[in-house]
Write a protein that binds this ligand. Structure first.
Ligand code: GDP
Length: 196
C-alpha cells in the first residue's frame, strides 16, 4: 500500500468527541510496550506518526488518524502498564469498551502481542469480549526479528494454543507475523485491511 497521506485527526475519550466522517476504522490495541506504535508507524511508513499518541496527555486517550483520506486508524491506549495509576487503569475499560461497542465505523481490531511474551489475563479477557460482541479481530505477533525462524513458528503455535484455551476460542486466531525492524507482515496486514 502506497501511503499518500497520514494525518492526526484528534484525540477523544467519549463518543461526542469522536471524529465525524464515514471512513472505515481499524483499531489497534495491545499491552503497553508490545510494539503498537512501531507497528502503526511501519504500516503508514511514517517515523513518528504514532508518537503523537505517546505525547504527555494523550497516552490514555483514543487517538484517530486519517490515512490516504480513506481509512481511519484508531490507536487505543495500551493496557496493563504497572506504572499507570489505578484511577487511570480503571478508566481504560469503560472508555475503550464504549468505543468498541458503539462505533459503527469499526471494521477490524488488530490485537498486537509480543511474540516472546505469553498472553496475559487481559489478552484473554479482551479476546473473550470481542468474541461475545462479535467484533472482528486479527492477531498480530510482533518482534519476530528477535527470534529464529523456527522459534517464531513454535511460539506462534504455542500462543495460538494458549489463546484458544485461555479465551475459549473455537477457531485458531491465525496470527500475522510482524516485525517493525524488517517490515515482515506489513503487506499481509495491508491486504487484510484493504479486503475490508
Ligand atoms: P508500544 O508501547 O506498544 O507503542 O511499543 P513501542 O512501539 O513504543 O515499542 C516498544 C519497544 O519495542 C521499543 O523499544 C521499540 O523499538 C521496540 N520494538 C517495537 N517493535 C519492534 C520489532 O518489531 N522488533 C524489535 N526488535 N523491536 C521492536
Amino acid at each position: 500500500m502506497k501511503i499518500l497521506s497520514a494525518e492526526f485527526i484528534k484525540s477523544a475519550t467519549a463518543p461526542p468527541h469522536y471524529p465525524e466522517g464515514v471512513f472505515p476504522e481499524v483499531a489497534f490495541v495491545g499491552r503497553s510496550n508490545v510494539g503498537k506504535s512501531s507497528l502503526l508507524n511501519v504500516l503508514v511508513r511514517r517515523k513518528n506518526l504514532a508518537k503523537i499518541s505517546n505525547t504527555p496527555g494523550r497516552t490514555q486517550l483514543i487517538n484517530f488518524f486519517l490515512i490516504n483520506h480513506h481509512y481511519v486508524f484508531v490507536d487505543l491506549p495500551g493496557y496493563g502498564f504497572a506504572r499507570v495509576p489505578e484511577a487511570v487503569r480503571r478508566n481504560w475499560s469503560p472508555m475503550v469498551e464504549t468505543y468498541l461497542k458503539e462505533r459503527p465505523h469499526l471494521r477490524l481490531v488488530i490485537l498486537i502481542m509480543d511474540i516472546r511474551r505469553d498472553p496475559a489475563t487481559q489478552d484473554f479477557d479482551l479476546l473473550k469480549w470481542f468474541d461475545h460482541y462479535r467484533i472482528p479481530v486479527l492477531l498480530a505477533l510482533t518482534k519476530t526479528d528477535k527470534l529464529s525462524k523456527s522459534q517464531v513458528q513454535r511460539r506462534a503455535r504455542q500462543i495460538e494454543g494458549m489463546l484458544m484455551e485461555g479465551a475459549n476460542l473455537k477457531t485458531a486466531p491465525n496470527p500475522v507475523l510482524f516485525s517493525a525492524k524488517t517490515g515482515e507482515g506489513r503487506d499481509a496486514l495491508w491486504s487484510i485491511i484493504e479486503a475490508l
